[in-house]
Ligand binder design. Structure first.
Ligand code: ADP
Ligand code: MG
Length: 385
């Protein structure tokens, strides 16, 4: 996919750039509790400042219903001031801007405006009127058609920021010409976002290693009794189609137990459907033989994607599958394979294990990455072509 990069934009000096980032970060006691997403966009901010631009940063935070002090972006302004060692002008209401006093400006949470979401009442036109150029850097919002993402691009010359460009190039590599063997590890919980990925990825991948809810749906679809396991029954039929594929490597054992991790046991999966869970039990992790099996595929891969946990890793002892697979994935990514990962919990695991730097591309957008890999058009990116 070819998008216009800000690097190819000449004459930036003294231009006002509306920079849409994804600084939707956790805030605790008025402070940025996790700066990962902000850090990733700092190169773009610095690049623009170096080129003499007046930077107007736009982001959302959470899902406010109108103005909500708790979801103010003021803590992010403070963070940026400390980090960049310069003044950041905070604008509570962009519709009241007369003259900007600083070269670096941040608007208040753009979702405080109700029109942002559906881009109604000329919202994006009004927003665009405060700048000369639009730069999208938040891949995490690229799948949104909201006013400050796809909307403003209709009214301004629009470019991709450095972070967005890096993510798109990395992900494009995977869907156009992945080095073979191409192995996709797909787990997690939000099945309605994961199953569609299979449709686009299965024809391109050599193997798919399922985890989490995908395993559960497939077992259910094949007739295994899975008790309380997390599974969206509506997706059963479509899942059945995918798990019949030779590329789809079904687990050979799973850990079942209670949610508190007090009672648990290993269950070997036979070829013929059988009862996996007893009353009160759910499938909560892949078993050690499955990890061994998956390892064989991961160790041969030249392209790897990891999204979603293998199990309910937040509760001991169900973390082993997720941690082991994440470790194998990052080790292989550090070595021969090109490894891409993304997703809220997935990235959390990689960071917790301190193996995130071994991964070639860590996407800041979970939902956006899945939509991109699903082959869907992302409204924010269409506007930059
Ligand atoms: P990501 O944000 O990385 O894309 P998801 O949001 O789809 O991933 O899902 C991650 C969550 O899935 C984790 O919180 C994990 O506990 C949960 N999960 C994975 N497997 C299971 C399972 N078998 N049962 C219950 N929860 C699971
Ligand atoms: Mg998640």
């Amino acid at each position: 996919m070819k998008i216009k990069s800000i690097k190819n934009c000449k004459n930036l000096k003294n231009k006002k750039v509306l920079l849409r980032v994804d600084f939707n970060v956790p805030i605790k006691s008025g402070k940025v509790a996790d700066d990962y997403r902000i850090q990733k966009s700092l190169p773009t901010i610095k690049y623009l400042l170096k080129n003499g631009v007046i930077v107007i940063i736009v982001s959302h935070l959470g899902r406010p219903d109108g103005r909500d002090k708790k979801l103010s972006l003021k803590p992010v302004v403070k963070y940026l001031e400390n980090n960049l060692k310069r003044k950041v002008e905070f604008v509570p209401d962009f519709e009241k801007i007369k003259k900007l006093k600083s070269k670096l400006v941040m608007l208040e949470n753009i979702r405080f405006y109700k029109d942002e979401k559906k881009d109604e009442n000329n919202f994006s036109k009004k927003l665009a009127s405060i700048a000369d150029i639009f730069v999208l850097d938040g891949f995490g919002v690229a799948h949104r058609s909201s006013g400050s993402v796809a909307g403003v691009a209709k009214f301004l010359p629009s470019y991709a920021g450095l972070l967005l460009e890096e993510e798109i190039n990395g992900l494009s590599k995977i869907i156009s010409k992945p080095k073979k063997p191409f192995v996709v590890i797909l787990g997690g919980a939000k099945m309605e976002t994961k199953i569609p990925v299979l449709k686009n990825v299965l024809p391109k991948a050599d193997y798919v290693l399922p985890g989490g809810g995908i395993i559960n749906i497939c077992l259910l679809a094949e007739g295994y009794k899975i008790g309380n396991s997390l599974a969206d029954k509506n997706l059963k039929n479509i899942a059945l189609k995918y798990c019949k594929s030779k590329k789809f490597i079904m687990p050979v054992d799973v850990v079942v137990g209670d949610m508190e991790g007090k009672k648990y046991r290993l269950v070997k999966l036979e070829k013929k459907p059988h009862q996996v869970c007893k009353k009160g039990e759910a499938i909560l992790d892949i078993g050690p033989e499955t990890t061994n099996l998956y390892a064989k595929y991961i160790k041969k891969a030249k392209t790897l994607v990891l999204n979603g946990a293998m199990g309910y890793f937040e509760q001991h002892p169900y973390e082993h599958g997720t941690y082991a697979i994440a470790g194998l994935f990052s080790a292989r990514s550090k070595g021969i394979a090109y490894g891409v990962s993304g997703g809220g919990e997935t990235v959390e695991v990689l960071r917790k294990l301190k193996i995130i730097d071994d991964v070639d591309l860590v996407s800041t957008g979970g939902g956006a990455m899945l939509e991109f890999l699903s082959g869907n058009k992302l409204p924010g990116l269409e506007a930059l072509k």
